[in-house]
Design a protein around this ligand. Structure first.
Ligand code: KG4
Ligand code: ZN
Length: 339
């Protein structure tokens, strides 16, 4: 066995992923098999198809991760797996694989909250980030604003009351006839557009409110498209995409910076798929520079779902003494701080 070597397994949604990470920070391999092409024709993830594809891919993906890292199963010190939140049938495939390996190899098993994994993507391949910080986790399923005073402690300052930010991107992209996932498509279209062309609402914008709401924005965007259609008016799609994207980025950034200021922290951290958005990263950077704060975000390929982030979070939980039993179950609605 090699000390500090973690095998991470992630199957919460439509990516079958396995990774080998040294000491929670150094990526030795990171294999992500995306099912996006399969789900794209349905306009979103179909849970039954996702779990079937995870079953087919799980063992080859784990073998590829071990081979890529140049390690054998016997070298692994700890096995970390996403236990929630996510699609129950998908989660169960990764959990069954992790439990089988842990049982057969007599290795410790650690269940990981997927959101915690996204946050730990910020610790990969660099070691200088340390709390306290305020973190925004923005993905297809979550929009959480967190105060992290120390490693492993999460104070939830706010979360979305309806759609997640990524979900809002995906829904509007779908209406515009753009392929799934919609975030990168809207971002691409927005590059040629004017963000001030359409005046879209910002939900829950009163000072001190750290919750989010994107349903008003979504309705306003849909109404605007319907109105144009009824009048036979042609909408400038790049302008529309740029204004829609800007409404989301503006509200996310404003609340993130206000929270950092209120809680007196000097570092702001981004995580989750939406944190891969270049305009969002640049705007947070600009605002943080103006406020004299430091910004952290993972490289783009580590913002979206992967198993290296699960290995990292799992290793730090393991170091803190956490162990999961063979009764580890999929928890589709698992929340941060409740595990
Ligand atoms: O974290 P993630 O891979 O999966 C979840 O845990 O949900 O996030 C996927 C979400 C999708 O909604 C996708 O549209 C969004 O992240 N996303 C983006 C970008 N890349 C991915 N949203 C905006 N801009 C992007 N560049
Ligand atoms: Zn995710």
């Amino acid at each position: 066995m090699r000390s500090g070597l973690t095998l991470g397994i992630e199957t919460s949604c439509d990516e079958t992923a396995a990774a080998v990470v040294q000491d929670g920070t150094k990526i030795l391999s990171n294999i992500v098999l995306s099912q996006i092409d399969i789900h794209r024709k349905y306009g979103g993830v179909v849970p039954e198809i996702a779990s079937r594809k995870h079953i087919e891919a799980m063992v080859p993906v784990i073998n590829e991760a071990l081979g890529g890292a140049g390690v054998a199963l016997g070298d692994i010190e700890v096995i970390a797996v996403t236990s929630g939140p996510g699609l129950v049938g998908s989660l169960l495939v990764g959990i069954a694989a992790a439990k089988s390996l842990a049982f057969a190899l007599e290795k410790p098993l650690v269940g990981v909250n997927h959101i915690e994994g996204h946050i730990y993507a910020n610790f990969l391949d660099r070691e200088d980030l340390s709390p306290p910080f305020v973190c925004l986790t923005v993905s297809g399923g979550h929009t959480d604003l967190l105060l992290i005073p120390e490693l492993g402690r999460y104070e939830i300052l706010g979360r979305t009351r309806d759609d997640a930010a990524g979900e809002a991107f995906d829904k509007i992209a779908r209406v515009l006839g753009l392929p799934y996932p919609g975030g990168p498509q809207i971002e691409k279209l927005a590059q040629r557009g004017d963000k001030r062309a359409f005046d879209f609402p910002r939900g829950l914008s009163e000072a001190g409110n750290f919750d989010f709401s994107f349903s008003g924005l979504k309705t306003a965007a849909l109404n605007r498209l319907n109105q144009a259609q009824q009048k036979g008016e042609e909408i400038n799609l790049p302008d529309f995409a740029a204004s829609f994207q800007w409404a989301i980025i503006d509200v996310l950034t404003t609340k993130l910076m206000a929270a950092a200021e209120l809680y007196g922290v000097e570092q702001v951290v981004l995580s989750g798929g939406v944190a891969a958005n270049t305009t969002f990263r640049a705007y947070v950077q600009e605002q943080a520079n103006a406020a004299g704060m430091e910004v952290w975000y993972p490289p783009k390929h580590l913002c979206t779902d992967n198993a290296a982030m699960i290995a990292s979070a799992g290793y730090f939980r393991y170091r803190a003494g956490v162990r999961s039993g063979f009764d580890l179950n999929a928890l589709p609605n698992l929340r941060l701080g409740n595990d």
